[in-house]
Unconditional design. Structure first.
Length: 95
């Protein structure tokens, strides 16, 4: 199994609608992205979050599935509008 963890610091121009859309679109990857086992997102509740207000975790069957996700059209469509609104961080590991 391969785990992909991400966090977003929202830029000032990000609206509540943008934040809700991001969560909705990420969760919609379920059943669409080959090899995606689980996808979860939510508000980062850690007091040590360093400004990363949004967090998510995805489990893939293996690293190859996660690598393919990075170029999947659904993911690229999300990134197209989302990247200008966030300062992201990503953590990946094999479990």
């Amino acid at each position: 199994m391969f785990v992909h963890i991400f966090g977003f610091r929202w830029k000032p121009q990000a609206t509540e609608a943008d934040k809700a859309r991001a969560a909705e679109e990420i969760l919609a990857f379920r059943g669409v992205i080959p090899g995606l086992i689980e996808a979860h997102v939510g508000e980062n509740l850690s007091p040590r979050g360093q400004g990363y207000a949004f967090a998510g975790m995805m489990k893939f069957t293996d690293k190859a599935a996660c690598d393919a996700y990075s170029t999947h059209p659904a993911h690229l469509a999300l990134l197209d509008w989302l990247l200008p609104l966030i300062d992201p961080v990503e953590l990946d590991f094999e479990a």
